[in-house]
Design a protein around this ligand. Structure first.
Ligand code: 9MR
Length: 385
């Protein structure tokens, strides 16, 4: 090794180890210094951006992004309520800033999300007098929204989460209790994919959902994406969100999900990865944002900090997860974390508000956790794709 790369490795390693390890064995000198170096060409490695980061108010998060990631997703600012808060009144400012930030750092840009039952204003489904709009009018609003949003970022956003979370957790059927599907049925989904493709024929298009390790939900999603494809519509991959815990889902269930989609000819992406360290009340393991519970001290056990044995458990869990990602990297095109530091995670407020969770690879101060090192080690040691 010549002197310069060796120094780079040493400096990088020192940065990575900062605050977590005192003395290091000699073998650690060859550890890649960043997450994206460790991932290499296996898949894109991304993070979701909070609105504060997009506004320039999270310098540590911004620095972590530029160093460790090559793909970004907006956590909120491209959702309907942000981008078209009132009929025909578009507010692109924050989405434009997200795109400019990504272009500056030469990131792959992911758009999230064009059609969802959540964070969509009520007016979308109503006439001026508050009555429900007709099927034709709703289709027209959907198409106009997608044409405006995808059209604005044509050639810039590489791929879109066109439809988010359309399938029920318990029986794998369409969420016909939500206005999109009550009024339009499956046509809503076909129209969304069609409009997105028309607005940017080069953009990749995805269906995105959580709990795909649950076989019943997965079967419903598989049926849906096959129906999209059977219509002759473009669909490039299925996004599996990956809102997981320490012992759920099992690695077997994660692999079963990969296998079912890839055997049916779909690429897979992990689009919203995090691992909650907190107990889930009433065994609720989903990510349905409207589900909230009351807090209690035993449900928020690590307010003062995460004990070392728990840090180690998280590191082990991330290591086993990334070992599976490495194994399936020929069918896995991207892995995106839902946030950068623990402070930025939605899990501090879900499914109970105001808790202290530790689901990501950097702590609240933006220092690397043992889990980061564990992920980098497992990627270094995994066979090349
Ligand atoms: O991270 C997002 C959080 O800031 C919002 O409050 C929440 C509101 O719906 O949405 C979060 O992101 C969700 C994503 O868009 C879709 N899958 C579940 C994510 C976590 O709720």
């Amino acid at each position: 090794m010549t002197l310069i790369p060796r120094l780079v490795t040493l400096v990088g390693f020192a940065l990575l180890a900062c605050g977590t390890h005192a003395a290091e064995p000699a073998a650690a000198l060859t550890l890649p210094s960043t997450l994206k170096d460790a991932v290499g060409h296996r898949f894109h490695i991304g993070a979701a951006l909070g609105t504060d980061l997009i506004k320039g108010e999270d310098p540590r998060g911004e620095q972590l992004l530029a160093t460790h990631f090559n793909s970004i997703t907006p956590g909120n600012v491209m959702k309907w309520e942000y981008i078209q808060p009132k009929l025909d009144q578009f507010a692109f400012d924050l989405a434009d800033r997200f795109v400019a930030l990504g272009q500056r750092d030469r990131m792959q840009l992911i758009g999230h999300t064009l059609m969802w039952h959540s964070q969509t204003p009520d007016w979308v489904f109503q006439n001026a007098d508050g009555s429900e709009i007709s099927r034709e009018e709703l289709l027209q609003r959907l198409r106009a929204h997608i044409a405006a949003v995808v059209g604005r970022y044509k050639g810039k956003v590489a791929g879109w989460d066109v439809v988010n979370e359309a399938i029920r957790d318990n029986d794998g059927t369409l969420r016909t209790d939500k206005p999109w599907y009550r009024i339009l049925g499956e046509e809503a989904i076909f129209a969304a994919f069609e409009a997105a493709h028309q607005a940017d024929p080069d953009a990749e298009l995805y269906y995105n959902d959580y709990s795909l390790e649950n076989p019943v939900k997965r079967a419903g999603v598989l049926k849906l994406v096959q129906a999209i494809r059977a219509r002759g519509l473009r669909i490039d991959a299925v996004g599996s969100q990956g809102h997981w815990g320490l012992d759920w889902p099992t690695i077997g269930a994660i692999e079963a999900s990969f296998n079912d989609f890839t055997n049916a000819g779909f690429k897979v992406m992990i689009t919203e990865l995090d691992v909650t360290m907190l107990p889930r009340p009433m065994n609720y393991f989903g990510a349905e944002i409207s589900t909230l519970f009351e807090s209690a001290p035993e449900l928020d056990p690590y307010r003062a900090g995460l004990p070392e044995d728990k840090q180690a458990e998280l590191a082990r869990r991330y290591a086993e997860i990334f070992a599976v990602f490495a194994k399936h990297s020929h069918n896995l095109t991207r892995v995106t974390f839902w946030g950068t530091t623990d402070r930025s995670s939605w899990l501090n407020n879900f499914p109970i508000r105001g808790r202290t969770d530790y689901p990501l690879l950097w702590d609240r101060e933006g220092e690397p956790k043992p889990a980061l090192r564990a992920v980098i080690e497992v990627l270094r040691d995994a066979p090349a794709p």
